[in-house]
Design a protein around this ligand. Structure first.
Ligand SMILES: Cc1cc2nc3c(=O)[nH]c(=O)nc-3n(C[C@H](O)[C@H](O)[C@H](O)COP(=O)(O)OP(=O)(O)OC[C@H]3O[C@@H](n4cnc5c(N)ncnc54)[C@H](O)[C@@H]3O)c2cc1C
Ligand code: SF4
Length: 626
């Protein structure tokens, strides 16, 4: 039987950081990823943060990948402005929370995970392969057992011969099968989860900069949303500027969705329909139309010709609106000047309109629709993130910080990965994989992480930064009596600090339902927007694709075998999946719920009450953006 020292399961940002760090520590490790390529299964919002804290060391992305992360990695934009928008119908009231975004932050970049994780993989692979390790994609770990005498884990996959490993890192995400097959933790309960939903919208670089008042082309803006745009769910929306696209979506408490099931697509649609957002996403979109009265052959000829011209038009437009591409094309002498590119683009537009009757209409272009569960570290993180000689990291361990405007999972998973790597390197050096030496050491290290403190306690200073930014713009008179009292109470530094000390002592998690309440997430924001907001109008109403259109745009490597099995088709929970499954895989037939797994995007929303597995290696959905 083949054997290796360390096996990492899962090639998301956490697993890849573990491979890179272990390799940097001189340890041979292999990483198994179910997706055909790294990055094809990962989804984020997302802003990747690098943080600093007075509470202790944090392992940041640049500690793992070196300074080349800053100079070479394909991040999107450095976020320098962070605005919270309270919404009520067509009214919006904006509060600048840049100070909160900057709090204990080295930097925060908007990222698209397919691109970024592929870069992480390349960096990790180049070090790992020198030690005989590396990444194997298209391999799904199916089950584990132990050779108890030698304490080795025997790994079974759907694709490879079984093999032995001395130690394992489970980085297999929120729906961790390793956690389930080892009983290391229960499946997360709805109160320990969020459902995140997102669309990526195409928008030329220059238009993004004009619309968001961005003066430095490397920089970008993050918008957060609270109020009626959240459809009375506990959670909030986001809009992040990427280089030439926008990530728009939201993260909502899963239990609030179960109570009041709303289609994930409808949540994101409500964002897109908000006039502030509609105005930001709109663009000139060509509409290919072929005269159906022409002879068939002529129709085909015209269709080919228009498609070719439209491809040229899209390419040229992207180049014209991109600083980098435009400069490069002029440097490479493909074009002599910006004016020449503009005039070529105008000519193409003219030709498409005059000769081929192409119409240019105002609309937006959606590139990808995704959904994924996200664990809430405050409630669901594993208190002891190990089982025998397996260490859990990132979403698999239920670790993430979601407090007010903070959405942080990527950086937390990277910190976990470094700590797990150090614990394993130490165990390998002493050939000691006992739980006291490995699992407990890792648990202590994780507990010392400032991120763990943030999952257990309210950070008084952070809250005061948020409140100061808010108070600068809002007087409590703008609120009704009840909310005015609440606002005055938390605005008083002394009183607030006293109460927070009590809350932290009593147990922050026990009071979460009061803190993460309807008042905070939508009632107060709605009131503020009603009283203080300005009316935003848009003459443009986005033509939003249906779920079927969105699914049709996704790429799948279909598996004839379903990776999900229904256990009880009459169950109330499954009936809710008819609404809550983002791609409508569930439907009702009489009183029974049936599943068609083909459109599944592996979000995990239905996993709680089903027999849920990831698809076999290389199978299932392939995200192009993430
Ligand atoms: C809408 C949304 C917005 C978010 N916004 C932010 C944000 O702004 N900032 C932030 O920091 N975080 C954000 N997060 C959270 C963040 O994206 C996650 O915490 C992070 O991506 C998790 O990384 P991971 O490596 O732990 O898991 P994953 O990325 O889920 O990776 C797990 C990997 O394991 C593989 N795998 C699973 N099972 C097996 C198996 N049995 N065998 C082999 N391979 C397997 C999967 O294919 C997958 O590639 C957001 C999440 C969502 C959904
Ligand atoms: S079938 Fe389940 S895992 Fe797949 S997309 Fe629907 S809810 Fe998500």
């Amino acid at each position: 039987m083949e054997n290796c020292d360390i096996t990492i399961v899962g090639g998301g940002s956490a697993g890849l950081a573990a491979l890179k760090h272990l390799s940097s520590l001189g340890k041979q490790a292999i990483l198994l990823e179910a997706g055909k390529d790294v990055g094809s299964k990962n989804v984020s919002g997302g802003i990747l943060y690098s943080k600093k804290s007075n509470n202790g060391k944090m392992y940041n992305v640049e500690d793992i990948y070196g300074e080349s992360f800053l100079t070479e990695s394909p991040y999107e934009r450095l976020i320098t402005k962070y605005i919270l928008n309270a919404t009520s119908k067509d009214k919006v009231f904006s509060i600048d929370l840049t100070e909160a975004h900057n709090y204990q932050t080295n930097f925060g970049f908007s990222v698209l995970l397919n691109k970024l994780n592929s870069w992480f993989a390349k960096e990790a692979q180049s070090v790992a392969e020198k030690l005989g390790g590396g990444i194997i994609t298209g391999v799904h770990v199916r089950s584990l057992r132990w050779d108890e005498k030698r304490s080795k884990i025997i790994v079974e996959t759907d694709e490879l011969e079984e093999f032995e490993t001395k130690v394992m890192i489970a980085a297999d995400g929120v729906n961790s099968e390793i956690a389930e097959m080892t009983n290391a933790r229960e499946k997360f309960s709805p109160s320990e989860l969020y459902q995140g939903v997102k669309v990526v919208v195409k928008l030329p670089e220059k238009l993004i900069e004009e619309r968001f008042n961005i003066t430095n082309s490397n920089e970008g803006v993050a918008y957060l949303f609270a109020g009626d745009v959240s459809l009375n769910l506990i959670g909030g929306g986001f809009l992040y500027t990427n280089r030439d696209s926008l990530s728009i979506g939201g993260v909502y408490h899963y239990d609030s969705l179960l109570e009041n099931p709303i289609e994930p697509a409808e949540i994101v649609n409500a964002m897109l329909r908000n006039p502030l957002i509609s105005e930001l996403i709109k663009d000139d979109v060509p509409l290919k139309e072929i005269d159906k009265t022409l002879p068939k052959e002529e129709q085909v000829r015209k269709s080919f010709a228009v498609t070719k011209l439209l491809n040229n038009w899209n390419e040229l437009r992207q180049l014209y609106y991109s600083h980098k591409l435009k400069m490069k094309s002029i440097e490479d002498r493909k074009y002599n000047s910006e004016e020449e590119i503009k005039s070529k683009l105008d000519n193409l537009t003219q030709k498409l309109t005059d000769e081929y009757h192409t119409k240019f209409m105002t609309n937006y272009i959606e590139l990808e629709y995704t959904t994924k569960l996200v664990p809430d570290g405050k409630r669901g993180r594993m208190k002891k993130p190990y089982h025998k000689n397996i260490l859990f990291i990132g979403d698999a361990a239920g670790r993430g910080i979601f407090f007010g405007p903070r959405i942080e999972g990527l950086n937390v998973g990277i910190d976990d990965a470094a700590r797990a790597s150090i614990a394993i390197a130490r165990s390998l050096d002493k050939n000691n994989f006992g739980t006291d030496y490995l699992g407990e050491f890792y648990t202590q290290s994780i507990e010392q992480s400032p991120y763990s403190v943030d999952m257990k306690e309210i950070d008084k200073q952070y809250l005061s930064v948020i409140l100061n930014s808010t108070r600068k713009k809002i007087s409590s008179d703008a609120l009704g009596l009840k909310h005015k009292l609440l606002f005055n109470l938390i605005s008083n530094d002394g009183l607030r600090n006293f109460f927070i000390t009590l809350i932290n002592k009593y147990g922050y998690t026990r009071l979460l339902s009061f803190i993460e309440s309807e008042d905070v997430y939508f009632k107060i924001p709605i009131k503020i927007a009603d009283k203080l907001g300005t009316v935003k109008s848009s003459t443009y109403i986005p033509q939003i694709p249906t779920v079927q259109d969105r699914v049709a745009k996704l790429c799948y490597h279909e598996d004839t075998i379903s990776h999900i099995k229904i256990l009880n088709s009459g169950q109330n929970f499954l009936k809710k999946m008819v609404t809550l499954c983002p791609t409508k895989c569930y439907s009702l037939e009489g009183n029974d719920v049936i599943l068609q797994h083909e459109g599944c995007i592996e979000c995990g929303t239905c996993s709680k009450e089903t027999e849920w597995r990831h698809p076999r290696g290389e199978k299932g959905v392939v995200f192009k953006y993430g």
